[in-house]
Design a protein around this ligand. Structure first.
Ligand code: MG
Length: 159
């Protein structure tokens, strides 16, 4: 049995006039993340962690933001494709641990739905997809609600 780990981090600006997608779930808010895709910062961090775990580079390499094919794309599609790349290497996801750093909105009411959405795509139990959140106590661009950050760690296993 062989194990590998991966980590991912992503940043997006928060602006008015965009939908807020986090963990594959659309969250009602007066701002959303700016990006070429739907700018789901949490799914992007998870994609990067999964790709990194098997040494396949990053999300920008596989799904470049200069490619119009990915304009406004649902990041769940990118998550599924990243998962397929991990599976092609012979690995299964064991678990994910992630953290969202944002000031507003409170995401606790949406965490179960995010876990369900992500675990279904990755053939995991929702218990294997940990999603945590923290504010930065009002500090920095996160505290000023100018941006959102997500980090993720992934363990993968090959029999
Ligand atoms: Mg991103």
């Amino acid at each position: 049995m062989s194990y590998r780990i991966g980590q991912g981090i992503d940043f997006h600006q928060m602006v008015e006039g965009r939908d807020l997608w986090l963990g594959g779930v659309k969250i009602p808010h007066n701002k959303g993340c700016l990006g070429h895709s739907d700018a789901d910062v949490l799914l992007h961090a998870i994609c990067d962690a999964m790709l990194g775990s098997v040494g396949l580079g990053d999300i920008g390499y596989h799904f470049p933001d200069t490619d119009m094919a990915y304009k406004n794309i649902d990041s769940k599609v990118l998550l599924r494709r990243s998962y397929n790349l991990v599976r092609d290497k012979g690995y299964w996801i064991v678990n994910i641990d992630s953290t969202l750093l944002l000031q507003e909105p409170k995401i606790k009411p949406y965490i179960i739905q995010m876990q369900d959405t992500i675990s279904r795509i990755l053939n995991l139990s929702p218990n294997d997809v940990s999603i945590k959140a923290t504010t930065t106590e009002g500090l920095s661009f996160i505290g000023r609600e100018e941006g959102v950050v997500a980090t993720a760690n992934v363990l993968v296993m090959k029999y």
